[in-house]
Ligand binder design. Structure first.
Ligand SMILES: [Zn+2]
Length: 163
């Protein structure tokens, strides 16, 4: 079981990671880095105690946006500070992981920096009067030459019928 979801972009994963949930509880599993999250999926049971607790298959997902610090600890330990501190041990390439997580965090922040919010104030659309009658539609009295209103039946000037 790889622990990654179908169609998910996996930047890096390590099947031999141990997560030290607490001083007395270390669970072995897979650490998976995606463009937006760092996820640990518990692997095989570590013993009857873990089996009773039912940790296999359990997972913790750490959104990279919540990660405030990543550092390489003593030996092969990667410490991730997010909503709490996560200690991942037995990493085959702890330094590489720290770099990869930092890189993913930087990439995840990128869209936020280039995002330009819309202007707070949008002026209402200006009122534009309906277009004046096209010159071709303008009519004139054939008797006196005065301009005639579009719908006029008689000339306003001389009273002659407008055709
Ligand atoms: Zn007229």
């Amino acid at each position: 079981m790889s622990g990654s979801a179908p169609g998910e972009t996996v930047l890096r994963q390590d099947h031999t990671t141990s997560w030290a949930m607490s001083t007395f509880r270390v669970v072995q599993g897979t650490l998976i880095l995606t463009p937006t999250t760092l996820r640990f999926v518990a692997g095989r049971f570590q013993g009857i105690a873990e089996a009773l607790r039912g940790t296999a298959g359990e997972q913790v997902t750490i959104p990279l946006a919540t990660v405030t610090r990543v550092e390489k600890g003593f030996m092969a330990i990667v410490k991730v500070q997010a909503d709490r501190e996560y200690d991942f041990r037995g990493m085959s390439d702890a330094s590489g992981w720290v770099a990869a997580i930092d890189q993913a965090r930087a990439a995840a922040r990128q869209p936020a920096q280039t995002y330009a919010p819309p202007p707070a104030y949008a002026p209402p659309p200006t009122y534009s009067p309906p277009p004046a009658a096209a010159p071709a539609a303008r009519r004139f009295c054939t008797a006196c030459g005065a301009p005639a209103a579009p719908q006029a039946r008689f000339c306003g000037g001389c009273g002659a019928p407008i055709s």
